[in-house]
Design a protein around this ligand. Structure first.
Ligand code: HEM
Length: 287
């Protein structure tokens, strides 16, 4: 053991002078509510199955990140409404980085053997990812407003109210088109309507035909595409992990399981931003 120096400090000089908090000072634990946070992992199995703690913590970690994603995307919407393109892009990039983490995080669950999961799976019934309000809010905020998902919250009035509020709020995709209109791009009034698809793609074309001339918009648009891509990747990775752990068993939420999850992997939040590349043509040779 190191000897204490004359001043009573047990650290060497390269530690600087670490503080000792005084009674009443704000501490790490007070600020972050760590004792409260660590009380929130309550297994359903009894005696608790060893792996249930992993299962609880991974879901709670996702929900914390979902909370931040909603916070950042709400902020993005406000910046887009003020036509502040690069500020909006800054926050979309943050969400993309979070999403990349969320894609890789799901694989921690593969360290759980299928048989060990079965040992406590029954205790979770009928709870299911279908009931993640924040996941559905993220979809709604990105423009995927599928009202069939209200079904899973029929008996939870508070959640229904929150989801209804999300449904009625402007989504990122519509706000993006509104911003383009404000900036002088000739976006049709109902850009997401199938019959206006060609006009919508034509309006987006200059951004992709000439990225240098439209750089801030190009960067924002591509960050939105990256966000859409990372969400789709999360769906892909989740369904692979699910198949590896429960095979083709039905979900605890009553769906067909893997088959249902596979059907969601083709969802796109911003379809026109993907499609515009298909109509892109090689530019005339520059002088
Ligand atoms: C052992 C690990 C997991 C298994 C076996 C599993 C299984 C499933 C299944 C079968 C469904 C379809 C709905 C149902 O019938 O219940 C589902 C949906 C869902 N799960 Fe998981 N899951 C796992 C881990 C996770 C994790 C870590 C998260 C992170 C939040 C998550 C989030 C979701 C969400 C948000 C849905 C709804 C997806 C949608 O409707 O598009 N799952 N899960």
């Amino acid at each position: 053991m190191k000897k204490e120096s004359a001043g009573g400090c047990p650290f060497s000089s390269d530690w600087g002078s670490p503080n000792v908090s005084k009674v009443g000072d704000l501490t790490y634990n007070d600020y972050l509510k760590i004792p409260d946070l660590l009380k929130l992992q309550i297994p359903q199995s009894s005696p608790p199955h060893h792996d249930e703690l992993l299962f609880i913590i991974i879901h709670q970690a996702y929900e914390l990140w979902f909370k931040l994603i909603l916070h950042e995307l709400d902020n993005t919407v406000s910046y887009m409404q003020k036509n502040e393109i690069l500020r909006a892009q800054h926050f979309v990039k943050r969400v993309v980085e979070i999403m990349k983490l969320l894609v890789s995080q799901i694989h921690i669950l593969e360290t759980m053997t299928p048989i060990e999961f079965l040992e406590f799976r029954n205790h979770l019934m009928p709870a299911s990812g279908f009931q993640s309000l924040q996941f559905r809010e993220i979809e709604f905020l990105l423009g995927l407003k599928d009202e069939r998902y209200f079904h899973f919250f029929k008996n939870s009035p508070e959640i229904l109210q929150k989801l209804t509020e999300r449904l009625n709020k402007p989504d990122l995709y519509s706000v993006y088109f509104q911003m383009l209109r404000n900036l002088g791009y000739s976006v049709p009034s109902d850009p997401q309507n199938e019959k206006n698809n060609t006009k919508t793609l034509q309006a987006l074309l200059p951004i992709y035909q000439n990225p240098e001339k439209n750089l801030p918009l190009y960067l924002l648009t591509e960050s939105l595409v990256e966000l859409d891509e990372t969400l789709a990747l999360w769906r892909e990775h989740h369904v692979r992990v699910v198949e590896r752990i429960i095979g083709f068993k039905k979900g605890t939420g009553g769906s067909s399981g893997v088959e249902y999850l596979k059907s969601t992997t083709s969802k796109k939040c911003f379809p026109a931003l993907w499609e515009v590349r298909t109509i892109l043509e090689k530019p005339e040779k520059k002088e």
